[in-house]
Ligand binder design. Structure first.
Ligand SMILES: [Zn+2]
Length: 113
């Protein structure tokens, strides 16, 4: 389950943030997960629960926002939502596009005490 290593990376960042802020307890984390980031939200939640328990952060909450897959058309300079893995522009049907979001995973917010 590669979500375990993702969460380990996440916790490392959080611990550093907590140390910098002088915080002792993690309340919640909000992450943004791209639709196509290759992360299963359920698996991420399970991994988060396991790892936070190991690190004595038992009560921490994980909140997840799913970011839609967005494309950018190089031909007509429009941004559009990619629906049903149809990787072509909705306006001009060009397939000369860039994926601009939907593959990322970011920490949006960390709440500590
Ligand atoms: Zn277009």
């Amino acid at each position: 389950m590669h979500e375990m290593s993702i969460v380990q990376g996440l916790i490392a960042i959080i611990e550093e943030e907590m140390e910098n802020a002088g915080a002792t307890r993690l309340r919640s984390v909000r992450v943004k997960i791209g639709e196509m980031a290759g992360i299963l939200p359920d698996a991420l939640k399970t991994a988060f629960e396991i790892i936070t328990a190991q690190n004595g952060m038992n009560c921490a909450m994980l909140n997840m926002d799913i970011a839609p897959l967005m494309g950018y058309c190089r031909k007509c300079n429009k941004e559009f939502k990619v629906i049903g893995y149809n990787f072509s522009c909705l306006e001009c049907h060009s397939s000369d596009i860039d994926i601009i979001s939907g593959r990322e995973m970011n920490i949006v917010e960390i709440e500590v005490e």
